[in-house]
Design a protein around this ligand. Structure first.
Ligand SMILES: Cc1cc2nc3c(=O)[nH]c(=O)nc-3n(C[C@H](O)[C@H](O)[C@H](O)COP(=O)(O)OP(=O)(O)OC[C@H]3O[C@@H](n4cnc5c(N)ncnc54)[C@H](O)[C@@H]3O)c2cc1C
Length: 593
């Protein structure tokens, strides 16, 4: 058994997560001369959601498009509560980051004239999504991975589970984790940690978010005293496979709807005509999800409780060439999407809120940065499709550069030994007992209640039930037990650590959902079914203060588009007639910003 005098590794920057945001941050920090360790729970290059992203990278411009239109679409799509400083940075820099990636070896589809092929995505008023077939994220990761390997200042620590941050006087001093391939506990002493751990999809049982994404970084940031923003908003993707059982939960890229996929109810009615005749299936994701939910709730769903998605009107050649991954999943399901419609239903997809950052990707704790899905503010209450890949490259780079600069100049503090000992105890405490509660039982309990009460439709009653069950799990966690004493590839231990994060992050999200008494963007409260602009054009902030969870509101950070002037769509409410509202677009004059 390892004692508390474990070796402490020195580095300048520790990046937690090796998806797109983490790799881009590591490259940027190393290019500034910092020594970087990039740690990931799973295998480098196969880690997180970035490699499975399919639909596209938003940010290239066709004729008539510019960053201001991208800005407007993103803010409107986010329910008007995005941090506009962050949106502006993303919209301005996304194009450059993509072209740079091409120089590093990523290939994006071209039109016949050699220009980058652009596709329109939900909520975007112009085609600006670039693709690499339907394996865009994988192409990006390969280019980033090669670039990381080529830099001697970057050390890869894959299969390393970071379980706690170490903080002294509001300043990062390092982090602790476990190397899963050896079972050793590792401590890093470093002035900078960049959280690039992605979101919290695995709080829900049905999601296509990759296994390790259970909000670890959100818990770590919260416990370190950082502020979290917009935690009541998570994205429900409209099109998850509902049938057959072999494929339930796999997500269907929005590219399928962008290429003409139609949604039909059991009466074969293309119902989006009722809700958004202009944008139809390419309305924002939150909106389409709620339309599907309303159709099913009002009895117009299919046999297995979904609606139909059909691309049978597209040519087989187009499907085989552009939607090959979708077709392949169909084959696994025993269905031929070229010839038959499939049943779909919305499922958990993306963490819209996250650790609050500024335009340098700094959090409210010194030396702690966040980028990619872990960070909040860019997407407000709902992210537009393709904006995540753009966001993670832009803020990955910014966080790495600023972090390296900070590490160079800051007076470094030592790790406090007591803090390290506490975490080593927390890591080891569940091991070697077999009389307590199984981590798998607690995991299931959390999954069940999150699916039942913290999903498309929420209410005060359901949210309170969610809090009660989460509190029970917190209590039972004290008695969690795992047979065996080794940390070596110990799945039960990993599950226990993930429950540790999920119960805290679940509580934060539930409390934030209770706090916002309206429905907006990705949040639908059946007890407050309408948007309340007067009360709630605000951000909800959660932080830990004196050991307690504190919730408050702050004004939205506005740079260009005054919040009251942003037109938001009217959502379809089950049981109410829906009148499609006219959309007013913000007009930003040249020189006004
Ligand atoms: C099926 C699917 C398709 C998608 N398609 C698109 C698309 O077309 N366009 C788009 O813009 N977005 C898309 N998204 C969303 C997008 O892929 C993600 O939001 C984005 O890739 C997140 O990137 P990231 O770098 O922030 O995190 P990720 O790529 O998810 O990486 C997270 C990293 O953190 C690590 N990690 C987590 N916890 C720990 C810990 N405790 N210790 C150490 N490491 C840890 C993981 O191992 C992983 O390396 C899609 C998502 C899915 C699931």
């Amino acid at each position: 058994m390892q004692d508390f005098n474990l070796p402490i590794k020195q580095t300048d920057v520790l990046v937690m997560g090796a998806g797109g945001a983490g790799m881009r941050a590591a490259i940027a920090a190393a290019e500034k001369g910092a020594r970087v360790v990039i740690a990931a729970k799973d295998l480098f290059g196969h880690s997180g959601c970035t490699p499975v992203a399919k639909g596209g990278y938003g940010g290239m411009r066709g004729p008539g498009d510019d960053w201001k239109l991208h800005f407007e679409d993103t803010v409107r799509g986010g329910g008007g509560i995005n941090n506009q400083k962050l949106v502006e940075v993303m919209a301005k820099q996304a194009r450059e980051r993509l072209l740079e990636l091409e120089e590093w070896g990523a290939a994006f589809d071209r039109d016949k004239d050699g220009s980058i092929y652009l596709r329109k995505f939900g909520g975007h008023s112009a085609p600006r999504s670039c693709i690499s077939g339907d394996v865009t994220g994988r192409e990006m990761i390969w280019a980033l991975k090669r670039k990381c390997w080529g830099n001697k200042l970057i050390e890869v620590a894959d299969e390393t589970y970071i379980s706690q941050l170490l903080v002294n006087d509001g300043k990062i001093t390092g982090a602790v984790g476990v190397q899963l391939q050896t079972g050793e506990i590792v401590a890093y002493e470093c002035p900078v940690v960049i959280l690039a751990n992605g979101g919290s999809g695995r709080l829900w049982p049905i999601t296509f978010a990759t296994k390790g994404k259970c909000g670890d970084g959100l818990r770590l940031a919260y416990e370190a005293g950082a502020e979290l923003v917009d935690m009541e908003f998570f994205q429900i993707h409209p099109t998850g496979w509902k049938w057959t059982p072999a494929v339930i939960g796999r997500v269907i890229s929005e590219g399928v709807r962008a290429d003409g996929g139609q949604l039909l109810n059991k009466n074969m009615e293309r119902f989006m005509w009722k809700y958004d005749p202009d944008r139809l299936e390419l309305a924002c994701r939150d909106y389409v999800s709620r339309c599907i939910y309303k159709e099913v709730k009002e009895g117009r769903g299919t046999e297995h409780g979904g609606v139909w998605l059909s691309i049978t009107h597209l040519s087989p050649e187009h499907i085989e060439r552009k939607l090959a991954a979708f077709m392949a999943t169909g084959m696994v399901a025993g269905l031929d999407v070229r010839k038959q419609a499939i049943e779909i239903f919305p499922e958990h997809h993306y963490q819209n809120g996250g650790v609050k950052i500024d335009e340098y990707a700094r959090t409210t704790v010194r030396g702690l940065y966040a980028a990619g899905e872990a960070a909040g503010g860019v997407h407000g209450g709902n992210r537009l499709g393709t904006n995540s890949l753009a966001d993670l490259l832009v803020f990955g780079k910014i966080s790495g550069e600023d972090g390296a600069e900070y590490a160079k100049n800051v007076e470094r503090s030592k790790i406090i030994k007591d803090q390290l000992e506490d975490e080593v105890k927390a890591i080891r405490s569940p091991l070697g007992t077999d009389s307590g509660v199984s981590p798998y039982a607690l995991s299931k309990k959390l999954h069940d209640v999150m699916w039942e009460e913290m999903h498309i439709e929420r209410s005060e009653k359901g949210l309170n039930r969610c809090l009660e069950i989460t509190a029970e799990v917190v209590e039972q966690f004290k008695n969690i037990s795992i047979p065996g004493t080794s940390l070596y590839l110990n799945d039960a231990w990993t599950t226990a650590m993930e429950v540790r994060s999920r119960m805290i992050v679940g509580e934060i999200m539930t409390r934030a959902s209770l706090y916002r008494t309206e429905s907006r963007a990705a949040l639908f409260r059946s007890d407050y079914p309408h948007v309340n602009r007067k009360e709630w054009d605000k951000n909800v902030i959660v932080k830990k203060e004196n050991g307690q969870m504190k919730i408050e509101t702050t004004p939205v950070i506005v740079t260009i588009w005054p919040t009251e002037k942003i037109d938001l769509p009217k959502f379809p409410v089950p049981g109410e007639e829906h009148e499609p509202g006219a959309r007013v677009f913000c007009e930003i004059e040249e020189g006004e910003y």
